[in-house]
Design a protein around this ligand. Structure first.
Ligand SMILES: C[S@@+](CC[C@H](N)C(=O)[O-])C[C@H]1O[C@@H](n2cnc3c(N)ncnc32)[C@H](O)[C@@H]1O
Length: 217
């Protein structure tokens, strides 16, 4: 592992303990509920690959609509929490994978899911191109990303305070963090990687999340 990869993993591992509850405290239950409602309507996901699964917060909801889920993340600590969270899901395997450099064969999966990854990684284009490579023709890409886009300034300030309370300065996001990704920006990233965007929506009321469905062309 290169020093840069080690630093990335070390950065994320410090959040692993209690990550799901902490994240709910920061973003609130309402927007998460809106995301779960959308995910529960995604039927027939087949063989699904999840990148950046973290502590497995959304994985269980996906597993109900997929024949098999490979849930992956860069951080061993996150994966350890995910394994505990998902121990009762018979069709989920949890595995360490760097989403920017995977060993999966071409056209292996029916669907790819990533939540809150595009706005935190240095090169979203790389993970989107990798997703396109490992998806079957016509395969489904599902993206969820919390965003400050469309939020009132006051709500952003309150969220930053909650973030600092939970994670303090140790959780300071890297310089390339995209905190206000817009629907247009996300569409353009996804289309450049070889997908047709079928739908992009801004979910939530006070807190917002992007929800995108795309198909491999
Ligand atoms: C903001 S968390 C989101 C976790 C989960 N998807 C969720 O929404 O609750 C971002 C996750 O991406 C992982 N991650 C960051 N860079 C990665 C990479 N290059 N490859 C795989 N996972 C990565 C981190 O370890 C972390 O678990």
């Amino acid at each position: 592992m290169s020093m840069a990869d080690y630093r990335k993993e070390e950065y994320w591992s410090r959040f692993a303990n209690n990550f799901n509850d902490d994240q709910t405290y920061v973003v609130g239950e309402a927007v998460q509920q809106a995301i779960f409602e959308r995910l529960s309507g995604e039927s027939g996901l087949g063989e699904l690959l999840e990148f950046g699964c973290g502590a497995g917060f959304f994985t269980k909801a996906l597993a109900e609509n997929a024949s098999h889920v490979m849930a992956t993340d860069l951080s061993d600590e996150m994966l350890a929490v995910a394994r505990t969270q998902l121990k009762d899901c018979q069709n989920v395997v949890v595995e360490k994978t760097d989403c920017e450099r995977t060993n999966f064969t071409d056209e292996k999966f029916d669907s790819v899911f990533m939540a809150n990854l595009v706005h935190v990684i240095e090169s979203p284009s790389t993970v989107l191109q990798e997703s396109c490579r490992i998806l079957k023709g016509g395969g489904l890409l599902l993206i969820v990303d919390y965003t400050g886009y469309g939020m009132k300034r006051f709500e952003i300030m309150k969220m930053v305070i909650r973030y600092l309370r939970k994670w303090g300065k140790a959780g300071k996001p890297p310089g390339y963090f995209r905190g206000r990704l817009s629907p247009d920006e996300l569409c353009s990233l996804v289309e450049s990687a070889g997908f047709k965007v079928e739908e992009v929506q801004l979910l939530g009321d006070k807190m917002k999340a992007l929800y995108l469905r795309g198909k491999k062309i």
